[in-house]
Design a protein around this ligand. Structure first.
Ligand code: BGC
Length: 750
């Protein structure tokens, strides 16, 4: 039985049991049981108001855990973050368990975003694998390593849809697409939390609720202006999917949407998350996001925003100290009901009990080391880095034949950047464990690698490259590792210019001018605008920061031991001025009359002339590479797809099929993608939406019939009448290797 099945059975049993024993009337999303609820009530009944409020207080221990010992003893802290030393965690837990009145363990949190010690590719790279099972495996590895040290809560996965690569935190999510984001989110939740509650279960925290990725101008923390239509059809579904997958916790976001900061937004937290979805896990603020409501000008002071946050449905305050300072007086003043505090504390205790913290508050500090960087963890990280790389261009130079290239020039600022290839949000990754491309290539080809960095970092400006060019002349092949340092993406690291920084483009051009074959590998936290660089290399492999094992993974890809199969989870732009450009945009009244689009939209489009359509005079209407794009070392051919019916009922399943053939000379894996368009809706609908994907591995010459099933219910959207349903009418479906390929099949829903 799969992990997922075990977990689902467990959740189903828990729901039934809870309902039968007068527990929560609705099915629990976190899988609580009557027994757990009884324990929650027993503890709650013994708590003073001050102790309840203490549970709602989360503090960062990076200033030193000793500072907080007394507060833990007095029951004024429910959770700490940023402590990973198992001895220190054990000591804090000991104070909580032995010296505080009620012996409630602490919930220890940490940003374990794409691995703990063993660092996996950044989440954008994870999404590029289109392989939820592999992503789940990676999240499990992260949980095993982090929980061994006492961390039982990660602030991941980030489910923010990101359609603006200027926004540095695009690195931390799954890119631009709602469907892909939801599948990745579920996989991470399952991986972190595990199949059943044991000491390796790490609570997931889905974040940032909601809309944070739509920051105006791509500047982090900026306001968003998402309509309810966009929220419900684009931004909320990944959160709903992750709640259904059993996510134990959720974090509110920094942004204000249409004037309401998320941490004080009752509509999204109470009405949607709690009431519509029935979420009975824990809601935490982002770091001081309650306090920032004062900066937003949404509340006059910390007292007021503490009341607003509680009223919105927040349970725990991360680092504002608003609850701990003001809730007691707010209750006394009659401005806050104690029952609201009780509800928050229930949500917190429930999570602590489900995680088994009361029974297992301590870790075996001596054993914690032994699981870090375990060989199978490094192996999973390498496989993931291989699957996450996206081949953007190949004139035939790749894969290299190790027998034919004797001397290899390795160059570029990312060739040997052990910290930077880990990417953003890798607090616990240690660069001494990173294997860089240079290290991997040297090990593989002793005595055959010349290393001339060319640029010391990605931002260096340099006028001449005589040393690199001279080395290139001596080499049989040039491997240029370019990109951006970890610090150029991530929180508060937005960019206005998305070209390769410094003199990297000039370096590549100088290398190309030698006439030697040039392979460019770009490691970055976002899709950079590499159009100007493509002519200066024979092949370009795009690796979103690949993590600890990036070097061996890239070496395997370059020399053909692994074949690229990654597909981009985000549109690559030609120039930053095209932002935002994403595949699932709505159809305008004057679509660009590119020939392909004209086919898709029918003859009405002919009424407008090219000059009056939606495009840029200087950059046209298309991106550099569409969502879902990525080459392989082999080629794939799709036969014309077919559908099992022409007309479907709303409870039916659409069965589409085609034959996929590996038409090249090497084995390879294709990510088959299914897109659907709803032609007429009560709201204008996107031109295409991803509804299914799967990886298909084929030997050279092998053909396979690919049959996919799309339940008609998956075509539902939140329409103008304020309900989510499938609106009958005409649809189109594509089965293709990326979002811009294939021919549509028509069907109807009645
Ligand atoms: C980030 C969160 C993170 C938190 C704790 C905040 O600045 O926005 O995503 O989980 O810090 O480190």
């Amino acid at each position: 039985m799969s992990n997922k099945t075990i977990r689902n059975l467990f959740l189903a049993a828990a729901c039934l049991a809870a309902a039968a024993c007068g527990g929560p009337k609705r099915p629990s999303t976190v899988g609580t049981t009557p027994e757990v609820e009884r324990r929650v009530e027993q503890i709650l009944a013994q708590m003073t108001l001050a102790e309840k409020i203490g549970q709602m207080n989360q503090v960062s221990a990076d200033g030193g855990v000793d500072n907080y010992a007394e507060a833990v003893r007095r029951g004024q802290i429910g959770s700490v973050l940023n402590v990973v030393d198992p001895e220190k965690i054990n000591e804090m837990q000991r104070i909580a368990m032995e010296e505080s009145r009620l012996a409630i363990p602490l919930l220890v949190g940490r940003d374990v975003i794409h691995g703990f010690h063993t660092v996996f590719p950044i989440p954008l790279g994870l999404a590029a694998t289109f392989d939820p099972a592999l992503v789940e495996e990676g999240a499990r590895v992260a949980a095993v390593e982090a929980t061994a040290q006492g961390v039982r809560w990660t602030f991941s996965p980030m489910l923010d849809i990101a359609r603006d690569p200027r926004w540095g935190r695009m690195a931390e999510g799954s890119g631009e697409d709602t469907w892909l984001d939801a599948r990745m989110g579920e996989a991470m939740v399952r991986g972190y939390q595990g199949a059943q509650w044991d000491t390796t279960a790490m609570a997931a925290c889905i974040k940032h609720f909601v809309g944070y990725g739509a920051a105006e101008g791509g500047r982090d923390y900026n306001s968003t202006f998402l309509t309810e239509n966009q929220l419900r059809n684009v931004y909320l579904p990944p959160f709903e999917a992750a709640v259904k997958a059993g996510a134990l916790t959720l974090m509110t976001s920094f942004n204000d949407n249409d004037g309401v900061p998320s941490t004080g937004n009752r509509f999204i937290v109470k009405d949607i998350l709690r009431d519509e979805w029935g979420f009975d896990g824990l809601v935490v603020t982002d770091w001081n996001s309650m306090g920032e409501m004062v900066s937003h000008g949404y509340g006059a002071d910390r007292r007021e925003v503490a009341r607003q946050a509680l009223d919105a449905g927040v349970d725990m305050d991360m680092m504002t100290f608003g609850f701990i300072t003001h809730l007691e007086e707010l209750v006394r003043a009659g401005e806050v009901r104690e029952s609201a505090i009780d509800d928050a504390v229930r949500n917190i205790l429930r999570v602590k009990i489900l995680l088994g913290l009361f029974e297992h508050p301590y870790v075996d500090a001596a054993a914690a080391e032994t699981v870090q960087y375990a060989p199978e963890h490094l192996d999973a990280a390498r496989r993931t880095a291989e699957e996450s790389a996206v081949l953007l261009k190949n004139d035939g130079v790749l894969p290299l034949d190790a027998g034919r290239v004797r001397t290899i020039l390795v160059t570029g600022p990312m060739a040997d950047a052990p910290h930077d290839q880990l990417g953003t949000w890798s607090f616990d990754g240690q660069k001494q464990h990173t294997v860089t491309p240079l290290a991997a290539l040297r090990e593989r080809f002793p005595g055959r690698v010349i290393y001339v960095p060319g640029l010391k970092d990605s931002r260096e400006q340099r006028a001449r490259f005589d040393d690199v060019v001279a080395a290139a002349r001596r080499a049989d092949v040039v491997l240029a590792f370019l990109g951006e340092e970890a610090i150029l993406s991530g929180e508060a690291h937005s960019l206005a210019d998305l070209n390769l920084k410094g003199s990297q483009s000039e370096l590549l051009a100088a290398l190309q001018a030698t006439g030697k074959p040039v392979v460019a590998t770009v490691m970055a936290g976002r899709p950079l605008t590499v159009e100007r660089d493509l002519p200066h290399c024979g092949a370009m492999l795009y690796s979103f920061h690949p993590g600890t094992m990036g070097g061996p993974a890239l070496a395997n890809l370059i020399f053909g031991d692994a074949t690229p199969s990654g597909k981009t989870p985000v549109t690559f732009l030609r120039t930053v001025g095209q932002v935002p450009m994403y595949y699932s945009h709505n159809m305008t009244g004057r679509p660009y009359r590119g020939e392909k689009l004209l086919d898709e939209i029918g003859p009405e489009a002919g009424q407008t002339s090219l000059g009056n359509t939606s495009y840029y005079l200087d950059y046209g209407a298309y991106p550099l590479f569409p969502f879902g794009y990525g080459l392989s070392y082999t080629t794939f051919a799709y036969t014309e797809p077919s559908l099992d019916k022409a007309v479907y009922g709303r409870d039916d399943v659409v069965r589409a099929a085609c034959t996929l053939t590996n038409t090249g000379a090497r084995p390879g894996t294709e990510v088959v993608q299914v897109y659907v368009r709803d032609l007429v809706g009560s709201f204008t609908r996107p031109v295409k939406e991803l509804k299914h994907f799967e990886r298909v591995a084929l030997q050279p010459g092998e053909s396979r019939r690919v049959e996919v099933e799309i339940p008609v219910s998956a075509l539902a959207f939140w329409g103008a009448d304020g309900t989510k349903k499938v609106e009958p009418g005409d649809f189109q479906l594509w089965l293709a290797g990326d979002s811009a390929s294939g021919e549509p099949l028509a069907f109807k829903v009645e």
